[in-house]
Design a protein around this ligand. Structure first.
Ligand SMILES: Cc1cc2nc3c(=O)[nH]c(=O)nc-3n(C[C@H](O)[C@H](O)[C@H](O)COP(=O)(O)O)c2cc1C
Length: 168
């Protein structure tokens, strides 16, 4: 199998955040896709070992920000390479809270989505979470970040817990 074929699947870059009983959590993902329009639903695949998947299951609500090409790299470094189990990722940034109480970082976000968990599917290493979009907002006119822009221009890497990870 040619692993390079998977790099031809285009996608963007996002931060999924949630909160349950005061425990905040969030991680970078490249797996957000809109799956229906009426009502609008989105899906995201989150690794079972990511702290965020356990909190999201319990919370039943989540928030998605679609990152721009201008997003400060510390946002990706914090949410994509460290775990919410160990510290408060949100303390480093200016944070807003959506109608469900989910915190999110507006800096470097092109759009922002407030979601209610309506279905989930165990797909092995990851859980596919499907959320109904309760509210959506455009927060910047900067270009949304594509995954290839992240790799080619930003020279970003993909850690092992991302479904798109390719061993060297
Ligand atoms: C570019 C990039 C893409 C990623 N995509 C995903 C993804 O789609 N799903 C996933 O579960 N983790 C993905 N990750 C990994 C998580 O962001 C990472 O494991 C994070 O530290 C988990 O944080 P948590 O333990 O607080 O949930 C990605 C990370 C990066 C940097």
């Amino acid at each position: 199998m040619d692993g390079r074929a998977f790099q031809k699947l285009t996608c963007g870059l996002y931060v999924v955040t949630t909160v349950h009983e005061g425990q905040k959590s969030g991680c970078v993902v490249n797996t957000v896709t809109q799956v229906t329009s009426s009502p609008a639903k989105v899906m995201v695949a989150i690794n079972k070992q990511n702290f965020t998947s356990g909190i999201l299951e319990k919370a039943g609500v989540f928030h998605i920000t679609a990152l721009t090409e201008e997003v400060p790299l510390p946002v990706i470094g914090c949410f994509g390479y460290q775990t919410s189990a160990e510290f408060d990722k949100f303390a480093e940034f200016e944070t807003k809270v959506d109608a469900n109480g989910c915190p999110y970082v507006p800096e470097g976000a092109a759009a922002s989505f407030t979601c209610k968990l309506v279905q989930q599917l165990d797909v092995g290493t990851h859980i596919l979470f499907i959320g109904e979009v309760q509210d959506a907002e455009v927060t910047s006119e900067d270009n949304p970040m594509s995954y290839s822009y992240y790799h080619v221009v930003k020279k970003g890497k993909t850690p092992p817990k991302a479904p798109s990870y390719q061993p060297e």
